[in-house]
Design a protein around this ligand. Structure first.
Ligand SMILES: [Zn+2]
Length: 275
Protein backbone atom coordinates (compact mmCIF):
# COMPACT_ATOMS: atom_id res chain seq x y z
CA UNK A 1 0.00 0.00 0.00
CA UNK A 2 1.26 3.43 -0.93
CA UNK A 3 1.27 5.85 1.95
CA UNK A 4 0.54 9.26 0.53
CA UNK A 5 -1.60 12.25 1.27
CA UNK A 6 -4.89 12.19 -0.59
CA UNK A 7 -4.56 14.56 -3.52
CA UNK A 8 -7.23 16.37 -5.50
CA UNK A 9 -8.69 13.30 -7.30
CA UNK A 10 -9.06 11.37 -4.05
CA UNK A 11 -10.77 14.30 -2.33
CA UNK A 12 -13.00 14.85 -5.38
CA UNK A 13 -13.92 11.15 -5.28
CA UNK A 14 -14.82 11.45 -1.59
CA UNK A 15 -16.89 14.57 -2.37
CA UNK A 16 -18.83 12.87 -5.13
CA UNK A 17 -19.37 9.81 -2.91
CA UNK A 18 -20.60 11.93 -0.01
CA UNK A 19 -22.97 13.79 -2.30
CA UNK A 20 -24.44 10.53 -3.63
CA UNK A 21 -24.69 9.17 -0.12
CA UNK A 22 -26.38 12.17 1.42
CA UNK A 23 -28.68 12.81 -1.50
CA UNK A 24 -30.99 15.80 -1.59
CA UNK A 25 -32.77 17.51 1.25
CA UNK A 26 -30.66 16.10 4.08
CA UNK A 27 -30.84 17.88 7.42
CA UNK A 28 -28.18 17.65 10.13
CA UNK A 29 -30.19 16.99 13.27
CA UNK A 30 -27.24 16.89 15.64
CA UNK A 31 -23.43 16.93 15.54
CA UNK A 32 -21.60 14.67 17.95
CA UNK A 33 -17.88 15.20 18.55
CA UNK A 34 -15.92 12.53 20.37
CA UNK A 35 -12.79 14.60 20.96
CA UNK A 36 -11.95 18.33 21.10
CA UNK A 37 -9.21 18.37 18.47
CA UNK A 38 -7.64 16.79 15.41
CA UNK A 39 -4.59 18.46 13.88
CA UNK A 40 -6.11 21.61 15.37
CA UNK A 41 -8.78 22.37 17.89
CA UNK A 42 -12.36 21.86 16.68
CA UNK A 43 -14.36 25.02 17.50
CA UNK A 44 -16.72 24.56 20.43
CA UNK A 45 -19.49 26.31 18.48
CA UNK A 46 -19.29 23.85 15.55
CA UNK A 47 -21.95 21.45 16.82
CA UNK A 48 -24.36 24.24 17.72
CA UNK A 49 -23.93 26.12 14.42
CA UNK A 50 -24.56 23.06 12.25
CA UNK A 51 -27.28 21.30 14.26
CA UNK A 52 -30.75 21.61 12.76
CA UNK A 53 -29.32 22.90 9.50
CA UNK A 54 -30.20 21.74 6.00
CA UNK A 55 -27.28 20.62 3.81
CA UNK A 56 -27.40 22.85 0.74
CA UNK A 57 -24.28 21.64 -1.03
CA UNK A 58 -21.11 19.59 -0.86
CA UNK A 59 -18.14 21.21 -2.51
CA UNK A 60 -14.42 20.82 -2.84
CA UNK A 61 -11.83 23.61 -2.80
CA UNK A 62 -8.26 22.41 -3.27
CA UNK A 63 -8.05 19.42 -0.92
CA UNK A 64 -10.80 20.66 1.41
CA UNK A 65 -14.31 19.27 1.56
CA UNK A 66 -17.00 21.83 2.29
CA UNK A 67 -20.45 20.81 3.52
CA UNK A 68 -22.67 23.89 3.18
CA UNK A 69 -25.61 24.86 5.36
CA UNK A 70 -27.38 28.24 5.58
CA UNK A 71 -25.80 28.94 8.98
CA UNK A 72 -22.17 28.04 8.22
CA UNK A 73 -20.22 25.35 6.38
CA UNK A 74 -18.28 22.41 7.72
CA UNK A 75 -14.72 22.66 6.42
CA UNK A 76 -12.99 19.28 6.41
CA UNK A 77 -9.49 18.20 5.45
CA UNK A 78 -8.86 14.46 5.23
CA UNK A 79 -5.23 14.77 6.30
CA UNK A 80 -3.56 11.44 5.63
CA UNK A 81 -6.15 8.97 6.88
CA UNK A 82 -9.48 10.81 7.06
CA UNK A 83 -12.63 9.19 5.66
CA UNK A 84 -16.40 9.60 5.74
CA UNK A 85 -18.86 6.72 5.85
CA UNK A 86 -22.40 5.87 6.87
CA UNK A 87 -22.34 4.23 10.28
CA UNK A 88 -25.53 2.56 11.51
CA UNK A 89 -25.89 1.90 15.25
CA UNK A 90 -23.36 -0.75 16.24
CA UNK A 91 -21.01 0.21 13.40
CA UNK A 92 -18.90 2.63 15.45
CA UNK A 93 -15.14 2.29 14.97
CA UNK A 94 -12.16 3.43 16.98
CA UNK A 95 -11.02 6.86 15.75
CA UNK A 96 -14.53 7.99 14.77
CA UNK A 97 -14.15 11.64 15.79
CA UNK A 98 -17.36 13.18 14.52
CA UNK A 99 -20.88 11.92 13.82
CA UNK A 100 -23.40 13.89 11.80
CA UNK A 101 -26.82 12.57 12.83
CA UNK A 102 -29.18 13.22 9.94
CA UNK A 103 -32.88 13.91 10.43
CA UNK A 104 -33.78 10.82 8.37
CA UNK A 105 -32.12 8.62 11.02
CA UNK A 106 -28.86 7.97 9.19
CA UNK A 107 -25.52 8.84 10.67
CA UNK A 108 -22.33 9.97 8.91
CA UNK A 109 -19.04 9.27 10.63
CA UNK A 110 -15.72 11.04 10.13
CA UNK A 111 -12.83 8.77 11.06
CA UNK A 112 -9.16 9.76 11.09
CA UNK A 113 -6.78 7.40 12.94
CA UNK A 114 -3.68 9.58 12.49
CA UNK A 115 -5.54 12.83 13.19
CA UNK A 116 -3.79 15.00 10.58
CA UNK A 117 -7.23 15.96 9.31
CA UNK A 118 -9.22 19.03 10.16
CA UNK A 119 -12.80 19.94 11.04
CA UNK A 120 -13.61 23.62 11.25
CA UNK A 121 -16.35 26.15 10.61
CA UNK A 122 -16.37 28.14 7.40
CA UNK A 123 -18.41 31.32 7.67
CA UNK A 124 -20.83 32.23 4.86
CA UNK A 125 -18.41 34.94 3.63
CA UNK A 126 -16.12 32.10 2.52
CA UNK A 127 -13.00 33.42 4.25
CA UNK A 128 -10.81 31.04 6.20
CA UNK A 129 -7.05 31.11 6.89
CA UNK A 130 -6.70 27.73 5.15
CA UNK A 131 -8.49 28.88 1.99
CA UNK A 132 -7.38 32.49 1.58
CA UNK A 133 -4.37 32.77 -0.71
CA UNK A 134 -4.95 29.49 -2.54
CA UNK A 135 -4.27 29.46 -6.27
CA UNK A 136 -6.80 28.51 -8.96
CA UNK A 137 -8.29 25.05 -9.38
CA UNK A 138 -6.34 23.11 -12.06
CA UNK A 139 -9.57 21.99 -13.76
CA UNK A 140 -10.88 25.58 -13.96
CA UNK A 141 -10.19 26.47 -17.60
CA UNK A 142 -10.92 30.15 -17.12
CA UNK A 143 -8.52 30.61 -14.20
CA UNK A 144 -5.68 28.13 -14.75
CA UNK A 145 -4.62 29.40 -18.17
CA UNK A 146 -1.31 29.54 -20.00
CA UNK A 147 -1.28 33.34 -19.60
CA UNK A 148 -1.62 32.94 -15.87
CA UNK A 149 1.00 30.19 -15.60
CA UNK A 150 3.49 31.98 -17.87
CA UNK A 151 3.17 35.15 -15.78
CA UNK A 152 3.64 33.12 -12.58
CA UNK A 153 6.72 31.28 -13.90
CA UNK A 154 8.37 34.39 -15.31
CA UNK A 155 11.95 34.84 -14.05
CA UNK A 156 11.50 32.02 -11.54
CA UNK A 157 14.55 29.80 -11.14
CA UNK A 158 12.71 27.21 -9.06
CA UNK A 159 12.11 23.84 -10.74
CA UNK A 160 8.82 23.65 -12.61
CA UNK A 161 7.82 20.75 -10.37
CA UNK A 162 8.07 23.02 -7.30
CA UNK A 163 5.88 25.65 -8.99
CA UNK A 164 3.03 23.29 -9.87
CA UNK A 165 3.13 21.79 -6.37
CA UNK A 166 2.90 25.27 -4.80
CA UNK A 167 -0.72 25.64 -3.62
CA UNK A 168 -0.50 29.43 -4.11
CA UNK A 169 0.20 28.82 -7.83
CA UNK A 170 -2.31 26.04 -8.46
CA UNK A 171 -4.09 23.86 -5.92
CA UNK A 172 -4.45 20.13 -5.51
CA UNK A 173 -1.37 18.92 -7.38
CA UNK A 174 0.88 17.04 -4.98
CA UNK A 175 3.95 14.88 -5.43
CA UNK A 176 2.19 12.08 -7.33
CA UNK A 177 0.28 14.07 -9.93
CA UNK A 178 3.11 16.58 -10.44
CA UNK A 179 5.38 13.70 -11.51
CA UNK A 180 2.72 12.09 -13.68
CA UNK A 181 1.84 15.41 -15.39
CA UNK A 182 5.49 16.21 -16.13
CA UNK A 183 6.06 12.74 -17.58
CA UNK A 184 3.04 13.01 -19.84
CA UNK A 185 4.12 16.49 -20.95
CA UNK A 186 7.72 15.35 -21.62
CA UNK A 187 9.17 17.87 -19.18
CA UNK A 188 12.02 17.13 -16.80
CA UNK A 189 11.00 18.01 -13.21
CA UNK A 190 14.16 20.09 -12.58
CA UNK A 191 13.71 22.46 -15.54
CA UNK A 192 13.70 26.07 -14.27
CA UNK A 193 10.13 27.40 -14.33
CA UNK A 194 11.27 30.68 -15.93
CA UNK A 195 12.80 28.88 -18.92
CA UNK A 196 9.60 27.13 -19.97
CA UNK A 197 8.18 28.15 -23.36
CA UNK A 198 4.47 28.87 -23.80
CA UNK A 199 3.87 25.70 -25.86
CA UNK A 200 5.47 23.60 -23.12
CA UNK A 201 3.40 25.31 -20.42
CA UNK A 202 0.25 24.78 -22.50
CA UNK A 203 1.11 21.10 -22.82
CA UNK A 204 1.77 20.85 -19.08
CA UNK A 205 -1.61 22.39 -18.24
CA UNK A 206 -3.36 19.99 -20.63
CA UNK A 207 -1.57 16.95 -19.26
CA UNK A 208 -2.13 17.98 -15.63
CA UNK A 209 -5.86 18.25 -16.35
CA UNK A 210 -5.88 14.93 -18.20
CA UNK A 211 -4.08 13.06 -15.43
CA UNK A 212 -6.39 14.52 -12.78
CA UNK A 213 -9.51 13.75 -14.83
CA UNK A 214 -8.33 10.17 -15.42
CA UNK A 215 -7.71 9.70 -11.71
CA UNK A 216 -11.11 11.17 -10.79
CA UNK A 217 -12.78 8.87 -13.32
CA UNK A 218 -10.88 5.85 -11.97
CA UNK A 219 -11.70 6.72 -8.35
CA UNK A 220 -15.30 7.41 -9.17
CA UNK A 221 -15.77 4.18 -11.03
CA UNK A 222 -14.17 1.92 -8.44
CA UNK A 223 -16.10 3.03 -5.41
CA UNK A 224 -19.17 0.94 -4.85
CA UNK A 225 -18.99 0.92 -1.08
CA UNK A 226 -18.30 4.36 0.26
CA UNK A 227 -16.52 2.96 3.29
CA UNK A 228 -13.52 2.46 1.04
CA UNK A 229 -13.50 6.01 -0.24
CA UNK A 230 -11.15 7.64 2.22
CA UNK A 231 -7.70 7.09 3.57
CA UNK A 232 -5.93 6.60 0.27
CA UNK A 233 -7.21 3.12 -0.53
CA UNK A 234 -8.26 4.41 -3.94
CA UNK A 235 -4.57 4.62 -4.89
CA UNK A 236 -4.63 0.89 -5.56
CA UNK A 237 -6.82 1.58 -8.55
CA UNK A 238 -4.56 4.06 -10.30
CA UNK A 239 -1.89 3.17 -12.80
CA UNK A 240 1.09 5.43 -12.31
CA UNK A 241 3.63 5.80 -15.11
CA UNK A 242 6.54 7.24 -13.13
CA UNK A 243 5.52 7.72 -9.49
CA UNK A 244 7.40 5.24 -7.28
CA UNK A 245 8.79 3.45 -10.39
CA UNK A 246 12.50 4.41 -10.21
CA UNK A 247 14.67 1.75 -11.86
CA UNK A 248 11.75 0.28 -13.79
CA UNK A 249 11.39 0.62 -17.58
CA UNK A 250 9.64 3.71 -19.01
CA UNK A 251 6.13 2.81 -20.20
CA UNK A 252 6.82 4.67 -23.46
CA UNK A 253 10.44 3.96 -24.43
CA UNK A 254 11.59 1.23 -21.98
CA UNK A 255 14.56 3.32 -20.79
CA UNK A 256 15.27 2.79 -17.11
CA UNK A 257 13.53 5.51 -15.06
CA UNK A 258 15.80 7.62 -12.85
CA UNK A 259 15.13 9.46 -9.63
CA UNK A 260 16.27 12.23 -7.35
CA UNK A 261 14.96 14.76 -4.89
CA UNK A 262 13.14 17.66 -6.58
CA UNK A 263 11.05 20.21 -4.66
CA UNK A 264 11.97 18.36 -1.48
CA UNK A 265 10.39 15.07 -2.48
CA UNK A 266 11.48 11.85 -4.14
CA UNK A 267 10.88 12.23 -7.87
CA UNK A 268 11.12 9.83 -10.81
CA UNK A 269 11.44 10.65 -14.51
CA UNK A 270 12.46 9.21 -17.85
CA UNK A 271 15.87 10.55 -18.97
CA UNK A 272 14.86 10.03 -22.61
CA UNK A 273 11.21 11.12 -22.81
CA UNK A 274 11.52 14.12 -20.48
CA UNK A 275 13.69 17.09 -21.54
ZN1 LIG B 1 10.82 7.13 -21.79
Amino acid sequence: MLVAMPELPEVETVRAGLKRLIGREAVIERVELTRPDLRRRIPISLAKRLSGQRITGIRRRAKYLIIDTPSASLLCHLGMTGSWRLAAPGEELAHDHCYLHLADGRRLAFRDPRRFGMLDLLEPDGHHPSLDGLGPEPLDERAFTVDYLAATCRKRKAPIKALIMDQRVVVGIGNIYAQESLFRAGIRPRVAAGSMSRPRLTRLIEEARAVLRDAIAAGGSTISDFRHAGGGSGYFQHRFQVYDRKGQPCARCATKLVGGVVAGRGTTWCPRCQK
